[in-house]
Design a protein around this ligand. Structure first.
Ligand code: B1M
Length: 214
């Protein structure tokens, strides 16, 4: 159900109204709006509108940045609730956005939800070279490596990471999952990943399955 807070949250993100977003998200929570609605119908839905406006030439990078900043401020309010109480770790996941890609909102959301599900998450950040990812996998020895890409031009970096893990003898020691708007299950299979999550919730379920098979 879409209530008036959700509509206002969506508009605030689309319009980059960062001063208003936290009050709106807080009010929605106080009014017992579900976090799922706040995220999916409010914050995430807004970014789809922003993407469409950008594609249509109605807005440009500065407006997209303002929306991203507003979205992040909104996520800051839901983060402590999603993360929940301290849980015993059910597995370790190293996460990051591939080389050339600065988009991190989806990755950050996924990280939050993983922590909420009891994973220990090590977020390496954005624009990661293949070498840095491989070095961190060797050092941290995570159960899962998660790679995010939002640009069609950066997707091939995922394949490069998997190839480099093989060359370094690390591929069998870690499950690799991939995601991000242009990524698909078919692409994941083609590059030899262990799985793909269409959205953060699906990717959390997949991660749980992968660690339970360990
Ligand atoms: Co950019 N951008 N952007 N952008 N941007 C897109 C991706 C684009 C689709 C917009 C468009 O044209 N409609 C387009 C890509 C086109 C393409 O490749 N085919 C695009 C472009 C072109 C660009 C630039 C090249 C623009 C320019 O400079 N001319 C530039 C590139 C910069 C770079 O990365 N090198 C650029 C820059 C930016 C900003 C910096 C302004 C900003 C990012 C800020 C930030 O992230 N800190 C930005 C934004 C905000 C967007 C849009 C509007 C929104 C992205 C977003 O945050 N979505 C985006 C359009 C769109 O996606 N509708 C667009 C919300 C987020 C929750 O969704 O990240 O998809 P998403 O994550 C989802 C799932 O994909 C999944 O879970 C999340 C939700 O549950 N998921 C995973 C994500 N990672 C996962 C990993 C997993 C599993 C699931 O496992 C490991």
């Amino acid at each position: 159900m879409t209530n008036s807070f959700i509509v206002q949250i969506k508009h605030a993100v689309v319009d980059g109204k960062h001063k208003e977003i936290q009050r709106l998200v807080q009010s929605a929570i106080e009014e017992k709006t579900s976090l799922e609605d706040i995220l999916n119908s409010g914050l995430i839905a807004a970014m789809d509108v922003v993407g469409q406006k950008f594609s249509d030439g109605q807005i440009f990078v500065p407006e997209m940045l303002a929306s991203a900043f507003t979205m992040k401020k909104g996520l800051d309010i839901v983060k402590p609730i999603i993360k929940g109480a301290d849980n015993k770790s059910i597995g370790t996941i190293v996460m990051g956005t591939v080389k050339g890609d600065l988009h991190d909102i989806g990755k950050n959301l996924f990280c939050m939800m993983l922590e909420g599900a009891g994973f220990k998450v090590i977020d390496l950040g954005i624009d990661l070279t293949v070498e840095k990812v491989v070095q961190q996998v060797r050092k941290i020895k995570p159960d899962i490596l998660g790679l995010s890409a939002l640009l069609t031009t950066t997707m091939p970096e995922m394949k490069r990471v998997i190839e480099e893990l093989k060359i370094n003898g690390l591929r069998d020691s870690v499950k690799v999952i991939v995601g991000g708007a242009p990524v698909s299950a078919n692409f994941a299979k083609k590059i030899g990943a262990d799985g793909y999550g269409e959205d953060a919730a699906e990717a959390v379920q997949l991660s749980k399955k992968l660690v339970s098979k360990n």
